[in-house]
Design a protein around this ligand. Structure first.
Ligand code: IMP
Length: 187
């Protein structure tokens, strides 16, 4: 299937493409200036995005991706505000907020929205639990990857290979559900 990835984030494009291609899907990036709504959940953001893009008659099928990092001791902040926090105080600012806090439990969550040619909308959710660290480590990935160590690992997302990150990440898990769904439709 030819699928449009509606995002301006190249890191996401790479990760999504890596997963889609082995299943015979051809992914192409599509950059559309979609307004970001203020909402309390990633699911609401994705619902809005799917409706907005469909009203703009964006070529289907397409996928959108909204993700965030949820820090337990900060009552799951920044969550839906992850991009704003990253763009304002940055990783150093987040590390500063975490200084002196022992509990660094954190999870990433990704919600994928899929719009098919028949106008049906589908959402797929993936999570990855782990811990923040107190320094920036690694060069791979993007966003918060250099300060997050997934459970069961000693390396940050940034220090993992793209394949390793995809095999356990929030996005990888959501994508696994999405490709299984596409496969089930073909049968
Ligand atoms: P958005 O999904 O593009 O709105 O992402 C919100 C924020 O989370 C941005 O600052 C992204 O860089 C960051 N982010 C999204 N996905 C990931 C990821 O897989 N690893 C690290 N940071 C991410």
């Amino acid at each position: 299937m030819d699928i449009n990835l509606v995002t301006s984030n190249l890191g996401k494009v790479e990760e999504l493409t890596h997963i889609l291609e082995p299943f015979g899907h051809k992914a192409s990036q599509l950059q559309v200036d979609c307004p970001e709504i203020q909402a309390s959940t990633l699911e609401e953001v994705v619902d809005f995005g799917l409706d907005w893009l469909s009203a703009k008659k964006i070529q289907t099928p397409f996928i959108i991706d909204d993700a965030g990092i949820f820090i337990e001791v900060l009552q799951n902040f920044p969550g839906v505000y992850s991009r704003y926090v990253y763009d304002t105080i940055g990783l150093q600012g987040v590390l500063k907020q975490m200084e002196g806090l022992e509990d660094k439990s954190t999870k990433f969550k990704c919600v994928l929205g899929l719009m098919l040619e028949d106008g049906s909308k589908h959402k797929f959710v993936g999570e990855c639990k782990g811990n923040l660290i107190s320094e920036i480590r690694g060069t791979g990935g993007f966003g918060y990857d250099p300060i997050f160590i997934p459970d069961g690992y000693e390396r940050t997302f940034s220090e993992l290979s793209p394949e390793e990150k995809n095999s356990i990440s929030h996005r990888g898990r959501a994508m696994e559900k999405l490709v299984n769904f596409l496969s089930s439709m073909e049968n």
